[in-house]
Write a new protein. Structure first.
Length: 278
């Protein structure tokens, strides 16, 4: 039997940096794992620097992100578990489709190409960025009020503001607009995956019941698109918002994600997926 995975790669989403994984890094290292939380290209600086000079955000593209993340994963001594949040969940799906990792978890994941579920709360969450076509060429930030609706709607005002000040940066208008248009343009776009790829490693979608920007409906629709002979599962946590990674009780989500990946790494659809601890 192959050795159990000993490395975890954490992929952050938009409007934040790898700093958003700080508690998870410490938690997983405490469980004995090597943990890597790579930044996007140009994001090697701190939150404060990106807020002061968002030009690296404006220059960002999905292909450059994927190329960079693939380079990180393939440079590791052993194949890792890949866990992504929000846009990082979509990138996790792409990495798995490209043969990276032994198992993946997409948390409150942005959809990959072809998923057209667009709940009203998602429209409201992204409207500040998409309302003006000129934003396509800019880095677009949230006010705290907008952040609280999209990311921390179940948090206290004080906690939401603390996390906003610690984690929040603008997002790439170019990528946001391209993701909206991807389902209406011919041919594969930046977030395309092969939903029939039988070689794809096991994949778990985790949703937060109260997530506004990526509601559970989005994850369920994304999971249903997979028609491959691989393990694809979904788990919903009640009462959780989009920033589930920093919400009180995040340890339960972190442990479930890792335990599921450990239990299912290397398993095939014929063997069937298993719940952690079973």
């Amino acid at each position: 039997m192959p050795a159990a995975p000993d490395t975890i790669v954490l992929v952050h989403g938009f409007w934040v940096t790898p700093r958003s994984w700080e508690d998870w890094v410490a938690h997983y290292e405490g469980r004995g794992f090597t943990v890597v939380a790579p930044p996007y290209p140009g994001f090697e600086v701190e939150v404060e620097a990106l807020n002061a000079d968002p030009s690296p955000i404006e220059a960002l593209t999905v292909p450059s992100i994927i190329e960079h993340l693939e380079g990180v994963v393939k440079s590791l001594p052993t194949a890792p578990i890949i866990i992504g949040h929000s846009a990082g969940g979509a990138f996790t799906q792409i990495l798995l489709d490209h043969g990276c990792g032994v198992a993946g978890v997409a948390i409150c994941s942005a959809p990959t190409e072809g998923v057209r579920a667009t709940p009203l709360s998602q429209v409201r969450s992204t409207f500040p960025a998409l309302k003006n076509p000129a934003n396509r060429h800019k880095a677009v930030g949230f006010t705290h009020e907008q952040w609280q609706y999209a990311f921390t709607n179940t948090f206290s005002e004080d906690e939401s503001r603390r996390l906003y000040e610690r984690y929040a940066i603008p997002a790439s208008g170019r990528i946001l607009f391209n993701s909206v248009l991807a389902n209406f343009e011919p041919g594969p776009q930046d977030t395309w995956v092969d939903y029939k790829n039988d070689a794809r490693p096991p994949l778990l979608f985790i949703s937060g019941e109260e997530d506004h920007i990526m509601p559970p409906k989005v994850q369920r629709s994304n999971a249903k698109h997979y028609k491959s002979k691989t393990i694809t599962a979904a788990k919903e946590f009640p009462g959780r918002a989009h920033l589930i990674t920093a919400q009180e009780g995040w340890q339960e989500v972190a442990d479930y994600a890792l335990d599921w990946a450990l239990a299912n790494a290397g398993r095939t659809a014929d063997e069937g997926g298993v719940e952690p601890g079973s």
